[in-house]
Design a protein around this ligand. Structure first.
Ligand SMILES: *[C@@H]1O[C@H](CO)[C@@H](O)[C@H](O)[C@H]1NC(C)=O
Ligand SMILES: *[C@@H]1O[C@H](CO)[C@@H](O)[C@H](O)[C@H]1NC(C)=O
Ligand SMILES: *[C@@H]1O[C@H](CO)[C@@H](O)[C@H](O)[C@H]1NC(C)=O
Ligand SMILES: *[C@@H]1O[C@H](CO)[C@@H](O)[C@H](O)[C@H]1NC(C)=O
Ligand SMILES: *[C@@H]1O[C@H](CO)[C@@H](O)[C@H](O)[C@H]1NC(C)=O
Ligand SMILES: *[C@@H]1O[C@H](CO)[C@@H](O)[C@H](O)[C@H]1NC(C)=O
Length: 506
């Protein structure tokens, strides 16, 4: 799970270190590792336990032969109990992030601190209440490069469970520098039957981290969701289990190990973002997988640059929350657009950014993240997803636009506009003809219908996009669901331009 600082000698020792896992920041020779971090359709539950369980695509329907069907409410925010790993020391800097996503008296849960914060710490109305974790000094912790706060953070799920709060279906743990997109978290969790044992989250982006830690682990900063029945089993074994794994570095590793002892595997969801990287995350987030955006982590770690390069990280996230409030499901959804009159390709990350490539790139390539970042330890690869290069040559770079504003339209759709923010953009140095027209575009407007969270109950599919109007310095494009037989790529040409990365390799 999360927070606290764990110092790991870098990076030569990595191979020698048996348990790498979750990360957070690098200070010269140290990595400070921070771990930890619905729509639902209707479900019916039976009165009697010996029923035949029938699951259809709408959720969980259990039918008993002799009794009436009891309709259970869809999972909503009130069913989630958050347990955020924090510390009195980090509170001052990080509490402001709660103002972006925490809704007092709506979001349930606590920030768990190592000690009472100082009297004069900022404690605003929008902050969650805090609790001071139980003393864990009696627990074993023997990881020489780690910090025993990992024990405290691992026990948040237990301490949360033991509060005995009613109507909790899911325990969700995160870090105090994690922002959760709660509507989408609800949409994701609502897909699963909370009466069964589920362990849900995402891996690190770094192959090295997963290989050194585990692929079977929900990384704590990205978020760990544990259903009530699993939590009930977990809390029974957790304390003795924590002592068994005294040699592990991190809190989320402890949780993963103890959940594995119960025999429950990780259910991976692609919207949990641990953000184990250095540099700009904009390439990654411009090509978000077709899955709801659930979390972003490492927001208070300077090695992860702001989402919007001209802003601070805090202001970037604040900006992103504007479109998220209008259309949570569509936030950061990746759509590909082609202007076939001019042979332009556009990549839209809704509510976040747009890239314009003045040539045709196929969907396979345009769908990949541009590698604007390095791994958490500063290496170029590998990641748990494919990437394409972030070229330095001006004539190979896209023109980038970032969210400017979002407005609701009268027809119920949204209009988001994106503008160039870097006036001395290196693209200007490209003299090629195809760049001239593209550089004249200063704003891209995108209209889109609200995306129902119900789409996440269906097989995932990217939406389609068309250019409506491209006169002057503005480009207007529209996102919509695809028609039958419609492809998301441009009509096939034998040659996709000089810069088609994979073609070049052949
Ligand atoms: C969430 O579900 C509960 C039932 O468990 C219900 O009482 C409550 O009204 C729901 N809240 C919202 C905001 O729909
Ligand atoms: C809080 O933020 C300030 C300014 O960014 C930084 O200098 C300081 O080290 C941070 N403190 C902690 C505990 O992270
Ligand atoms: C939350 O609820 C408490 C108790 O009902 C109330 O005193 C407080 O004003 C509420 N806070 C907000 C921000 O609504
Ligand atoms: C677009 O590309 C096609 C195929 O390479 C080419 O025939 C056509 O002339 C191009 N159009 C423009 C405006 O460059
Ligand atoms: C503008 O260009 C200069 C010189 O190339 C560069 O140092 C600077 O970082 C650029 N500014 C931005 C916002 O990219
Ligand atoms: C694009 O959006 C901006 C800001 O929302 C608006 O001022 C402008 O008129 C729009 N342009 C077009 C062509 O829709």
């Amino acid at each position: 799970m999360s927070l606290l600082k764990h110092y790991v000698p870098l990076p030569n020792n990595l191979k020698l270190v048996p348990n790498l896992f979750t990360i957070s920041m690098i200070k010269s020779f140290l990595i400070v590792i921070c771990l930890v971090s619905s729509i639902s359709l209707i479900s019916f539950t039976p009165h009697f336990s010996n029923s035949n369980a029938v699951t259809n695509k709408l959720g969980n329907i259990k039918v008993t032969s002799k009794e009436s069907i009891v309709v259970e409410e869809e999972t909503n925010t009130s069913h989630i109990l958050f347990g955020i790993g924090g510390s009195a020391k980090t509170w001052k800097n990080r509490s402001r992030y709660f103002g972006l996503w925490w809704r007092p008296n709506v979001t349930r849960g606590f920030v768990w601190l190592d000690e009472k914060p100082h009297e004069n710490e900022p404690w605003t109305e929008t902050s969650p209440y805090y609790r001071v974790s139980q003393d864990t000094s009696k627990f074993e912790y023997t990881c020489w490069f780690g910090d025993r706060s990992a024990v405290r953070i691992a026990r948040i799920v237990k301490e949360s469970f033991e509060l005995g709060l009613t109507n909790v279906r899911w325990f969700v743990m995160g870090d105090d520098d994690t922002v959760f997109f709660t509507e989408n978290l609800v949409a994701v969790l609502g897909k699963y039957d909370h009466n069964q044992m589920y362990y849900i989250g995402g891996n690190s982006e770094n192959v090295e981290v997963n290989a050194g830690g585990s692929y079977n682990m929900a990384y704590g900063g990205g978020g760990i969701a544990i259903s009530y029945p699993l939590a009930a089993e977990l809390v029974k074994i957790l304390d003795s289990c924590i002592n068994r794994y005294h040699y592990l570095f991190a809190s989320d590793q402890r949780i993963a190990s103890c959940v594995a002892e119960i025999g429950v595997p990780l259910t991976k969801e692609l919207g949990f973002h641990q953000m184990d990287m250095q540099g700009s995350p904009r390439g990654l987030l411009a090509a978000h997988p077709v899955a709801p955006l659930v979390s972003l982590h490492h927001l208070d770690v300077y090695i992860v640059h702001p989402l919007i390069p001209s802003m601070t990280q805090f202001d970037s996230i604040k900006k992103l929350i504007e479109p998220y409030k209008k259309d949570p499901s569509r936030t950061m959804q990746h759509t590909l657009c082609y202007d076939l009159n001019r042979n332009w390709s556009l990549s839209v990350s809704w509510g976040n950014s747009v890239q314009l490539y003045p040539w045709i790139m196929n969907a396979n390539e345009l769908g990949l993240p541009m590698q604007t970042f390095k791994s958490i330890i500063g290496s170029e690869e590998p990641f748990t997803f494919n990437t394409r290069p972030n070229y330095v040559e001006p004539c190979k770079r896209p023109i980038e636009y970032f969210l400017d504003q979002v407005v609701g339209l009268q027809n119920g759709e949204t209009l988001t506009s994106y503008s160039t923010i870097i006036d001395n953009d290196s693209n200007k140095q490209c003299e090629k003809e195809n760049y001239k027209g593209a550089l004249a575009i200063h704003m891209v407007n995108v209209t889109a219908p609200i995306l129902s969270p119900l789409v996440w109950r269906q097989a995932p599919r990217r939406q389609c996009c068309e250019v409506i109007n491209g006169v002057g310095s503005e480009l207007h494009i529209r996102i919509r669901s695809c028609n039958q037989w419609e492809s998301v790529t441009a009509p096939f040409y034998d040659k996709y331009g000089d810069f088609a990365y994979f073609q070049r390799l052949i």
